[in-house]
Write a protein that binds this ligand. Sequence first.
Ligand SMILES: Nc1nc2c(c(=O)[nH]1)N[C@H]1C(S)=C(S)[C@@H](COP(=O)(O)OP(=O)(O)OC[C@H]3O[C@@H](n4cnc5c(=O)[nH]c(N)nc54)[C@H](O)[C@@H]3O)O[C@H]1N2
Ligand SMILES: Nc1nc2c(c(=O)[nH]1)N[C@H]1C(S)=C(S)[C@@H](COP(=O)(O)OP(=O)(O)OC[C@H]3O[C@@H](n4cnc5c(=O)[nH]c(N)nc54)[C@H](O)[C@@H]3O)O[C@H]1N2
Ligand code: SF4
Ligand SMILES: [Mo]
Length: 682
Amino acid sequence: MSSFINQKDGIFPSVCSLDCPDQCGLLVHKKDGRIIKVTGDPNHPVTKGSICNKVRNITERIYDPKRLQYPLKRIGAKGEGRFERISWDEAIETITSRWKKNIRKNGPESILPYSFYGNMGLLNAEGMDRRFFHRLGASILDRTICSTAGAEGYKYTMGGSFGIDPEDTIHAKLFVFWGINAVSTNMHQVAIAQKARKKGAKIVVIDVHKNQTGRWADWFIPILPGTDSALALGIMHVLFAEHLVDREFLQEYTVGYEELQKHVLQYDPNTVSAITGVPVDDIVQLARMYGQTSPSFIRIGNGLQHHDNGGMNVRTIACLPALTGQWVVKGGGAIKGNSGYLAHNTAALQCPELLENKTTRVINMNRIGQALTELTPPIYSLYVYNSNPVVVAPETNKVIKGLSRDDLFVVVHDLFLTETATYADIVLPATSSYENTDFYTSYWHHYIQIQQPVIERYGEAKSNTEVFRLLAKAMGFTEACFEDSDEEMIRQALHYEENEHIDGIDFESLSTSQYLKAKDTTLFPGRLPTPSGKIELYSQSMEKDGYPPLPTYIPNVEESKFDYLFVPGPTHNFLNSTFSLSKKHIALEKELRLHMNVADAAAQGIQDGDRVKVWNNRGQCELVASIGENVLQGVVVTQGLWSDRPDMNQLVNALTPDRISDIGGGATFFSGRVNVTRIDES
Ligand SMILES: Nc1nc2c(c(=O)[nH]1)N[C@H]1C(S)=C(S)[C@@H](COP(=O)(O)OP(=O)(O)OC[C@H]3O[C@@H](n4cnc5c(=O)[nH]c(N)nc54)[C@H](O)[C@@H]3O)O[C@H]1N2
Ligand SMILES: Nc1nc2c(c(=O)[nH]1)N[C@H]1C(S)=C(S)[C@@H](COP(=O)(O)OP(=O)(O)OC[C@H]3O[C@@H](n4cnc5c(=O)[nH]c(N)nc54)[C@H](O)[C@@H]3O)O[C@H]1N2
Ligand code: SF4
Ligand SMILES: [Mo]
């Protein structure tokens, strides 16, 4: 494979490596060997040359003077941030000799990897690292922080991550953006909807916060957090009552619609209105609109699933397009995630057979704070990459307490000295994706993409795959898979006869084409990978797993008597905590605000722009109040995973619960409660 490194000037194709459904095709503009600009690739069939503001400004991040260039070892106290430069040899030797000792004394499960998708490249996110930790026998991290609750919930209904082709949504006449801040988090779905709107399509947004997506909608429907399954059941009630369901489709392609019809009698609009805060008339009007418009498309977001009842929320909403038979209409149906079509050979990529002890303990990443402070036998070493748990994981104070343990050996591999890295014993510098070889599969559109290195490595930075090869060698692992090159790993991953959608996509064709589309992704007529082969409105699997077999509203945990439901979501100019250390992006984002309803603010004597303390039994933050009608009474919302600043305490996850969602072991970031108190500046 040709790399573009040696060509000092020119424009080269690439892929955005950030954890974003759009997975844009990029053009990287180089002059004198440096990236001077990143733009969208106009030939990319879905993203079509437009990219977000974050990545338009990404050179600020790639060449940020704060970027790590060398391995470091800690010389100050944990969290203090004092380090000195060491060589890679010393870094690898320090880590592996410590691990060998750990393993002799406490066994390999005393070591825990902690990673997520700071880089979506499959080799660097879930390739060589998985091989390494399987061979090491380390405790297994269950990577549940993002989408597992919804993915598992959706799977009960639809059998896997299979939605419609977003390119088809251009035909839709009704878009329901449900629990997704798409203007910020899925801008190309918004672009398609905007085009369809010019041809008469209507856009409905259902959210707990009238953010920029809500403002863009034709109809914004505010809802109380964690009550969406009740709203969906209320819509079903009206659809059945007013004969707006497609009986033929239900008969042919679903299981249990008769049971469902009886079951939803209890979710009449009055009952649902009392639960959701959505007026009765709006429930009825929404149901009629949904029942009478075709094609209708629901974009199911992540906001819905970061709740105690998140799995059931998604499972329930996923039933709606079946009621109206939308799955057989081009542009109708839903998308929660689409990664099923691009399934590749993960066994070849990750070598699970290297894990000898099949009963190795599994640790849910949402409980990292608890795992580091309470687990027995304890974790004695944590290796963090592609993630920043001090900022992104719930119960920050527990996480920090754990990371501060004197007997915990922490390694962090990142591009920056993140908040997490300040607690590390050894810090390793990571390459940016523009310095790597990798391949990508979107979880929204249907394309696989390849990436070749465009620039030289920054300083002494190394990619994840390189570091794990070095660690494997120093640990004395002799398996041939630790010698595989990046190119060989891509070949292995794409060799996968089980998935006919990627038939014919291999290293050569991908290198030539840059992006290739999954084939034959029409869902119906056809068999779904559910046990019955049909859409499971009634799910025996759920029954077996201890859940109600029919979609059901189960309220969130009533965790405390604090005044407000607290929804701290992501924001426009950061990507989770990525960019939260970048001057340019901070300037664009301005400040972290607490959105609050006028009535609540008045009752507490809080005015727009006041500094407020947001607190509960888990921790506290200091934010700036933003007062208006954008949230319902009893709800407060923040946007953005800001880092801690010396003058201001802004780690919102200090307030969030580490409870686990109903389904899939997911996070419950949005199901906590807080109090808000005005800070008296005097
Ligand atoms: N600009 C930008 N883009 C991103 C990210 C980012 O940080 N910044 N993060 C990326 C990642 S990792 C992910 S997972 C996705 C997340 O992106 P989305 O899928 O948009 O999910 P969230 O932003 O978490 O939440 C979406 C919306 O759900 C609302 N919400 C919260 N609780 C509820 C509820 O109970 N009911 C309803 N109806 N709405 C609710 C929130 O107010 C928010 O507007 O975006 C990706 N893209
Ligand atoms: N309160 C609240 N908390 C949340 C959320 C929320 O909505 N609200 N969203 C949750 C969700 S959906 C998600 S997905 C998680 C995301 O959480 P994380 O996956 O931790 O995401 P980031 O904060 O972007 O951190 C990624 C880190 O990986 C680093 N990185 C990037 N590329 C590489 C690489 O190639 N190698 C190495 N070694 N490092 C690299 C980046 O510099 C960055 O520090 O956060 C969750 N936390
Ligand atoms: S963050 Fe998302 S929208 Fe922005 S360039 Fe990357 S893939 Fe595209
Ligand atoms: Mo996520």
